[in-house]
Every structure is written in C-alpha cells, then in structure tokens.
Write a protein that binds this ligand. Structure first.
Ligand code: GDP
Length: 139
C-alpha cells in the first residue's frame, strides 16, 4: 500500500532565487498538506550523508558542495500516494526531460541545480523525514 507522506527540499539556488513561495503554492494546490517545514543549511558532512547512495558517482563531490552552499527548505508533505504523486509534480531529474508545468521544468537551472528534491520510495521518505525532523516538529 502506498504511503501518505513524502519528503522534499527546495535546493539552495532555488531558495536564494526566492522561488519558495511559488513552489509551496504549487505543492498546496496539488493537494499536499504540510506536516513539517524548516529553513536550514546543511554542512558538507550532512549533505554527504543525505546523498550517500550516490557517493561512487562522478557528480557526488559537486552535489555535496552545491547542497551545502546555502540555506534550503526541508518539508514533509502528506497526500494519498504521496511519493508517486510528488515525483509527478516535480518532473524528471534532468529538467531538459521534465514535463511542461512541473516544478523542475519551471524552476530548475540545470541537472544538478534542479530546484527540488523528492523522495523516490516510501522507505526513503521515512528515512529522509527522520533525517531533518524530530517528532515534536511534526504536525
Ligand atoms: P532525483 O531522485 O530525481 O533527485 O535524482 P537522483 O537521486 O538520481 O540524483 C540526486 C540528485 O543528484 C539530483 O536531483 C541532481 O541534483 C543530482 N544529479 C543527478 N544526476 C546528476 C548528474 O549526472 N550530474 C550532476 N551534476 N548532478 C546530478
């Protein structure tokens, strides 16, 4: 059974470009409810741990540097079929392949600076939400 929650981050260059409000509007209008949210800044060590699954990939060092380069918005989102529906809302990893009207199509700068993160499974949604939020920060 599909889970009801997913995890997202608004990435540094998108946050600094002041697209957070527009993206949160799209998230709410797509039927997601905010369960937790914060502005924070990852250390290189934290960004490395978050993206550890990619540590053998050639872009890992650049990705860690980018994701720790400035503040991000982290949030837990709730909706039926949350993981799959949010991946549809954000669009393909490479914005060149993202469908019209998706968050990445509208706001991504390039493949690395692709506006937002979205969990790719229910299991990772739980792991990633727990990475950022304690129980008392969730509603
Ligand atoms: P996602 O689940 O759609 O975010 O995609 P992945 O899990 O495959 O990759 C994680 C993140 O790494 C992406 O969102 C991009 O920011 C970055 N990334 C993925 N592939 C590449 C690549 O080939 N080059 C660079 N520079 N960054 C990449």
């Amino acid at each position: 059974m599909a889970g009801k929650q997913t995890f997202t981050m608004i990435k540094p260059s998108t946050f600094s470009a002041n697209h957070t409000g527009a993206i949160l509007k799209m998230i709410n209008e797509a039927g997601f409810t905010l369960k937790a949210m914060k502005i924070t800044k990852l250390s290189a060590e934290q960004a490395g741990a978050f993206y550890e699954v990619h540590k053998e990939r050639p872009f890992y060092a650049d990705l860690v540097q980018f994701m720790s380069s400035g503040p991000i918005v982290a949030a837990v989102l709730e909706k039926e079929n949350a993981v799959e529906d949010y991946r549809k809302l954000i669009g393909a990893t490479n914005p060149a392949n993202a469908a019209e009207g998706t968050i990445r199509k509208l706001f991504a700068i390039n493949l690395q600076e692709n506006a937002v993160h979205g969990s790719d499974s229910d299991e990772n949604a739980i792991i990633e939400s727990d990475f950022f939020f304690s129980k008392t920060e969730r509603f």
